[in-house]
Design a protein around this ligand. Structure first.
Ligand code: SF4
Length: 171
């Protein structure tokens, strides 16, 4: 439920924390999840919060199932990257589960890359492993590719795998 009220409170991370609100936040909301991809609640034992979810996506492009996404993943890999497509966020969640990557750090680091590219600090010539995909807000295909590059430490992913602070130090 947090996406909706945190967005209304103006503190949802949007565009690498540049903004705190986005009019499309309902596209990654709990309400939409409940109506589409939610299979069941899947909370940790005895937790009174009970945020855990189990979801399934049938669409070929985003196909998968598993634990999540919960608030942190929806916020950092959804709103923070302006990727307001619930099934795309679910896919990156499944990828992160499989590759054992932390979704908060992943969203923060990819958001940093998008901002560095937007500011012209990182250029296309340094991103050949992205195979022509532009690291721009909302480009889900670039996010899918970046997650693979980070997990397997290829190209720009080798630096991003060190996290945001180290990336800034070395850029
Ligand atoms: S992840 Fe969610 S369900 Fe698990 S302990 Fe934390 S708040 Fe509770």
């Amino acid at each position: 439920m947090a996406i909706t009220f945190i967005n209304e409170a103006g503190i949802l991370p949007v565009r690498n924390f540049r903004y705190g609100y986005h009019e499309l936040a309902h596209n990654i909301s709990r309400e939409l999840m409940a109506a589409t991809i939610l299979v069941s609640n899947d909370p940790c034992a005895y937790c009174p919060m009970g945020c855990g979810k189990y979801t399934r996506v049938e669409d070929e492009k985003y196909k998968g199932e598993g634990a999540g996404p919960e608030y942190e993943t929806l916020a950092m890999l959804g709103a923070n990257l302006e990727m307001f497509n619930l099934k795309a966020v679910a896919k990156v969640n499944y990828m992160a589960n499989e590759l054992e990557l932390d979704t908060i750090e992943l969203g923060g680091t990819i958001g940093l890359l998008f901002e560095l590219y937007e500011r012209g600090i990182i250029k296309d010539s340094e991103l050949s492993d992205l195979e022509g995909l532009k690291p721009v807000w909302g480009n889900e295909d670039a996010v899918f590719r970046l997650i693979e590059l980070i997990a397997y430490r290829k190209g720009i992913g080798n630096l991003l795998a060190e996290g945001g602070i180290q990336t800034c130090k070395e850029i």
